[in-house]
Design a protein around this ligand. Structure first.
Ligand SMILES: O=C(O)[C@H](CS(=O)(=O)O)OP(=O)(O)O
Ligand SMILES: [Mg+2]
Length: 242
């Protein structure tokens, strides 16, 4: 079994892909499911999300997303796990569009067989799901920020790699070696996230609570998994906790 870490999304994926965007898309996605959402629809663009809901208020769709870290006009929520943790999404499908994480999921879904979303908050459960589904390779794909490598994602990839290596034998690539080195030398999760460029950016925006929330290690057992097939609306990927 191969274990690969892509520091940014690229290439093709033959088997399992674990998409990581700790700050903040995948942390928020896990939180939506924790707070009762039936499903997540990750859209290719904000326009797809807005068109899905149309003029329908009070329907099944709730929109969450950001640009520049701030909520998108017309959306109900930003991309904040701390905000999501205070809501009840029972009976709702959350439609998400963010700068980096939702795009990384779309890249992964072009070729991968099994796509999971992982954050620090669900890292152990995500590693177990990935190991159970994989037959040849687990690729951990770091979303990064605007095409630049993000320390927070590489650190989380190292946490996932540690869990996976404790579960069995892997041949690892240099991306995995880098992620493990960052994990082992990056301090605890809050220190690592707080020292990242994006963590500092969010703190400057007054979103430090999201950084603290995202640093919770394996606090959730929910793993968003892509539902294969044609069922999702065009331009969306449907994830559920099943
Ligand atoms: O919401 C976030 O933290 C980022 C937005 S940005 O990098 O500040 O533009 O989006 P994500 O897709 O979760 O990385
Ligand atoms: Mg990010």
């Amino acid at each position: 079994m191969r274990l690969r870490v892509d520091l940014l999304p690229h290439g093709t994926y033959p088997d399992v892909v674990v998409v990581v965007d700790v700050l903040r898309a995948t942390t928020t996605a896990v939180t939506y499911l924790e707070r009762g959402a039936d499903a997540l629809l990750l859209t290719a663009t904000p326009e797809v999300a807005l068109a899905l809901r149309g003029g329908e208020e009070g329907g099944p769709y709730v929109l969450g997303g950001e640009r520049g870290g701030l909520p998108i006009p017309g959306f109900d929520f930003g991309n904040s796990p701390a905000e999501a943790a205070g809501q009840n999404f029972t009976g709702k499908t959350v439609v998400m569009n963010t700068t980096n994480g939702t795009g990384a999921a779309h890249t992964a879904a072009q070729t991968g067989k099994h796509i999971f979303l992982a954050a620090l908050t669900n890292a152990h459960a995500a590693a177990r799901r990935a190991r159970a589904a994989a037959t040849e390779e687990i690729a951990i794909v770091c979303a990064g920020t605007d095409g630049h490598v993000g320390l927070e994602d590489v650190y989380a990839a190292g946490v996932l790699a540690e869990y996976l290596l404790a579960m069995g034998e892997f041949t690892v690539d240099d991306g995995a070696r880098i992620a493990l080195t960052v994990r082992r030398n990056g301090g605890n999760p809050l220190e690592a996230l707080s020292s990242s460029g994006h963590g500092q950016h969010l703190s400057r925006l007054g979103l430090g609570e999201d950084v603290r929330f995202a640093a919770g290690l394996s606090t959730s057992t929910l793993v968003p998994a892509l539902v294969p097939g044609e069922g999702a609306p065009e331009g969306t990927l449907r994830f559920t906790a099943g």
